[in-house]
Design a protein around this ligand. Sequence first.
Ligand code: TRP
Length: 334
Amino acid sequence: MIDNKKVLFSGMQATGTITLGNYLGALKNWVTLSDEYECFYSVVDLHSITVRQDPAELRKRARNLLTLYIAAGLDPKKNCIYYQSHVSGHAELGWILDCFTYMGELNRMTQFKDKSAKHADNINAGLYTYPVLMAADILLFQADVVPVGKDQLQHLEITRDIAERFNNIYGDVFTIPEPYLGKAGAKIMSLQDPTKKMSKSDENANASIFLLDDTDTIIRKFKRAVTDSEACIRYCDEQPGIHNLIDIYSACTSKTPEEIVAEFEGKGYGDFKLAVGETVANTLKPVQDRFYELQSEKAYIDGIIKENAEKANYYATKTLRKVQKKVGFPERIR
Ligand code: TRP
């Protein structure tokens, strides 16, 4: 608890440009949650280097992501928006927790299995202990809730296991975090293969809408979106392409799928795809405008980065010192 509010932690990787899926599935909800919780929203750049990155590119993407958090509506005075690499406690707690995590547990992580298949030439130890760093992120701030997608639930489970194991030995050190799953239907799929999640790292650029895609690009991508063969707008599992477009339209307009089906009754795929494209473009436009405005306010963003790194460091150090003492490290002489 901070000032009588429950603590929320979440983060995104700056590995690619974030997508419409990240926005509708996460970022947009983060803004809503920021009223109720004391929030820490990190740009998790330590996680990003588990996969080889171009340094200049990583720096640029991290800055863009941090700016996008603010452009999407997160107030950086209320929410702690910061770079993970500016708070050394993440890595320090990560190491300690490594010593409380079993290889057998890490061997079961499905994301590790997927990623090591995908990056077979670089199966590094960081990729393997990634879930422990994620646990450190969360536990460092004594987070009560963690909004995550379904694909991260296993990592949250291991976070809870590590925290409970530690608490069983040393007493109540860590708050046990709960996952916060957004409302159903916010999972956005690829526009080219609606059985796959929309991803930042998809090789086919037409499969994903990136948050900074301009209006023409967005409309073109929706025109090319893979649809089904029934040629009518129905909301059902047999039409995964249309299902996905309805979900997107629904998330942007707050209309229910039933209302949307009624709205497009008798219309063809072409009309519907255009409508979805235009709606998405209109939804993203204010975020994009604000992003470009903020991008030119360098001193303002730098100030936010500095202030929030200090704030994050303050809370992180509090937990870290407690943990260091518990495991038997010597007191600091002041
Ligand atoms: N692993 C998460 C992802 O790839 C990102 C992440 C890192 C995270 N640390 C976190 C999410 C802590 C929530 C809480 O999506």
